[in-house]
Design a protein around this ligand. Structure first.
Ligand code: CP
Length: 304
């Protein structure tokens, strides 16, 4: 195997990404429960989540089980030996003796890379602080491919561009597909300057207001404000509720515009949008299943 772990979207080439998306397409009927195949029978996945999750943890579990594998979970730190002071390195060394693949979410940026260095089995980064969330990016790309188009896309990324790891991973991937990227955020939540400079050399990117680009974009990707990343809660309350997408603004959009969100949402997409044909965020969460099936299949059996 070329890749033992999946830590950052930067670890994948455009060809690798396209291959995973094609494999996800093959697994779609299995994810939907319309077809049965059990290539991962006898394999065990360990979910280690040091931060809350609904979609990532559950869709990895569904993906593993739909492919015939099984899952063990460590969700509450208080109920594990982490509460007694066990280090992440030791936790990973132990769990990698029990399971065939580890899915890790951790509040510290770089934790997944560190875990991989201490693991005998593949580690998948399910989110490391404000760092990366590569499996979310792969399911985002799959959603875009299914519901819009991947090449020459015009996309607006809206919301907390400073702390959102889903945005950080997605931007990196979009640079491979000749996307035109519009950034929409309150000034205090703008994409970090060094990140912006890095991607400017690879792709067309502009900081704009949503009203100025709503008529031309193919995808509107919205994120919530990452309250848990703010060093000072006062700073969060200064920007909370400062942006919102509703059905009104979408009246000016192309009929083919899709609205995406990694979820959970707080108040940044009004529920009036849910009833429009633009809303794809719940379908997006479902696409996490075939995409994570493809990732698990490749890490455990494949030839990435
Ligand atoms: N999109 C996402 O990572 O959702 P969860 O936090 O529920 O896993």
């Amino acid at each position: 195997m070329k890749f033992k772990h999946l830590i950052s979207i930067d670890d994948l080439s455009k060809k690798d990404i396209e291959y995973i998306l094609e494999l996800a397409e093959k697994f779609l009927p299995v994810a939907q429960g319309k077809k049965r195949t059990t290539p991962l029978e006898g394999r065990l996945l360990a979910n280690l989540f040091f931060e809350p999750s609904t979609r990532t943890r559950m869709s990895f579990e569904v993906a593993m089980k739909r492919l015939g594998g099984d899952v063990i979970n460590m969700t509450a730190q208080e109920a594990s030996s982490v509460a007694k002071g066990e280090t992440l390195a030791d936790t990973i060394k132990v769990v990698s003796k029990y399971a065939d693949v580890i899915v890790l979410r951790h509040p510290l940026e770089g934790a997944a890379r560190f875990a991989a260095e201490n693991s005998d089995v593949p580690v998948v980064n399910a989110g490391d602080g404000a760092g990366q969330h590569p499996t979310q990016t792969l399911l985002d790309l799959y959603t875009i491919k299914k519901e819009s188009k991947l090449e020459n896309l015009k996309i607006a990324l809206m919301g907390d561009l400073k702390y959102s790891r889903t945005v950080h991973s997605l931007i990196k991937a979009l640079t491979l597909f000749n996307a035109r990227i519009y950034l929409v955020s309150p000034p205090t939540l703008a994409l970090p300057e060094d990140f912006l400079e890095e991607i400017k050399s690879r792709v067309r990117v502009e900081e704009v207001k949503l009203e100025d680009v709503i008529e031309e974009i193919d995808v509107l990707y919205v994120t919530r404000i990452q309250k848990e990343r703010f060093p000072d809660e006062e700073e969060y309350f200064k920007v909370a509720g400062s942006y919102k997408v509703d059905a009104g603004i979408l009246e000016r959009a192309k009929s083919s515009l899709i609205v995406m969100h990694p979820l959970p949402r707080v108040d940044e997409i009004d529920i009036s949008v849910d009833r429009t044909p633009h809303a794809k965020y719940f379908q997006q969460t479902f696409y996490g299943v075939p995409v994570r099936m493809a990732i698990l299949h490749e890490l455990l059996l494949g030839d990435l």
